[in-house]
Design a protein around this ligand. Structure first.
Ligand SMILES: NC(=O)C1=CN([C@@H]2O[C@H](COP(=O)(O)OP(=O)(O)OC[C@H]3O[C@@H](n4cnc5c(N)ncnc54)[C@H](O)[C@@H]3O)[C@@H](O)[C@H]2O)C=CC1
Ligand SMILES: O=C(CO)COP(=O)(O)O
Length: 337
């Protein structure tokens, strides 16, 4: 009789929750996947396809979808969360009591909560009572469509407890997906979150018709300001030069698959924020997180001009053209000031 496969609960059947379920399945796990909409679950179970978020990708038999969080979480020693960041709190309020007190909880999300300025691992800690040794973050250059097509990619599993990071790493190391471990949760989360805001700015530059010099400038200066915030919050600067920092930034800022970059590009071409929001079902996390990161930076006395300009644009105070001109014409300074 074949040995039974370990089970992982994944909550969130959008692009990334679904693609990561494929990684977990390829790595030897059965997956119980929670979907917010019954029809998405039905399509996964009956047609073996998430027709809404990953059309054309076959979902293996070892992935079962359900709309019932109790069914999905029953018996799971690994719980993976992949809902929009601003929606995590309300969902965890319902789910926390269903999560086993021994389970490791993994965040796939890239955002900072509005109002509280909490990172996703901090929201998880607050609502579940889990200690840092039970909370991990997976983040890196992982565009969901490329992952779903089994194109090679690497990522970072971050947890304060390195042995837990190694356990999670082993559970998601598949033939196409190579996870590295890191104990710097703060740096990994801030890298992924701020990347979304920088990708919005790169998208705007692209939409305005600017080319590679502008893109490289925004990416590089975006990384500099991300590093300033992360180190002020206790991160290891090395983290930002790795997959969770530079790697993620390069992927999203270069790819037409990136939702944040695409959102920015539409703004650059003249659409309003409301029009772009109405044009897609998919979450572009930077649109909300720009405000919370700007506030977090102000609270830590850190200068983040690109994030501040994107936040002002999203509030309707600047056009993309004004935003880029204002960034370029700022007071000159030393590169490392
Ligand atoms: N798509 C990608 O390539 C990657 C995404 N991420 C992160 O993963 C997280 C999830 O993003 P995606 O799956 O890409 O988003 P998505 O836009 O593809 O799907 C969002 C999912 O959240 C669900 N949802 C919407 N409102 C909800 C609510 N109130 N409560 C619960 N669920 C709700 C939707 O039904 C859908 O299943 C985000 O934080 C994103 O930054 C991280 C790495 C890669
Ligand atoms: O975080 C992501 C890839 O790692 C996906 O976000 P974007 O689609 O906005 O690039």
């Amino acid at each position: 009789m074949p040995a039974s496969r370990p089970m992982v609960a994944v909550l969130g059947a959008g692009s990334w929750g679904t693609a990561f379920s494929l990684v977990l399945s390829d790595a030897g796990n059965d997956v119980h996947l929670w979907g917010r909409r019954q029809e998405v679950c039905d399509a996964i179970n009956d047609k073996r396809e998430n027709t809404e978020y990953l059309p054309g990708i076959v979902m293996p038999e070892g992935i079962m979808a359900s709309h019932d969080p109790a069914v999905v979480l029953d018996g799971a020693d690994l719980v993976v969360l992949a809902v929009p960041s601003q929606r995590l709190r309300e969902n965890l309020e319902e789910w926390a009591h269903l999560i086993s007190p021994d389970a490791v909880i993994v965040s796939l999300m890239k955002g900072v909560e509005l109002g509280t300025h909490l990172r996703m691992s901090e929201v998880i800690a607050e609502l579940t009572g889990a200690g840092p040794e039970r909370i991990a973050v997976i983040t890196g250059p992982n565009l969901s469509h490329e992952i779903a097509h089994r194109e090679p990619a690497a990522s970072v599993v971050a947890c304060a407890d390195s042995s837990v990071a190694e356990r999670v790493q082993a559970r998601c190391h598949s033939p196409a997906f190579r996870p590295y471990t890191n104990t710097d949760v703060v740096g990994c989360e801030l890298g992924g979150t701020t990347k979304n805001v920088i990708a919005l700015a790169v998208g705007m530059a692209t939409g305005l018709g600017f080319r590679d010099n502008a893109k490289a400038t925004v990416i590089t200066r975006g990384l500099a300001e991300t590093g300033r915030l992360a180190t002020a919050m206790g991160a290891d600067p090395k983290t930002l030069s790795g997959l969770a920092g530079l790697g993620d930034l390069v992927a999203s800022c270069s790819s037409p698959l990136s939702r944040n970059r695409t959102f920015g590009e539409k703004l650059g071409k003249g659409m309003s924020v409301d029009e772009v929001v109405a044009s897609t079902r998919q979450v572009a996390e930077g649109v909300k997180s720009c405000e919370s990161i700007a506030e977090l930076a102000a609270a830590h006395g850190v200068d983040m001009p690109i994030v501040n300009h994107v936040a002002a644009l999203i509030r309707g105070e600047l056009t993309p053209e004004q935003m880029l001109r204002s960034l370029i014409t700022r007071e000159p300074k030393s590169e490392w000031a």
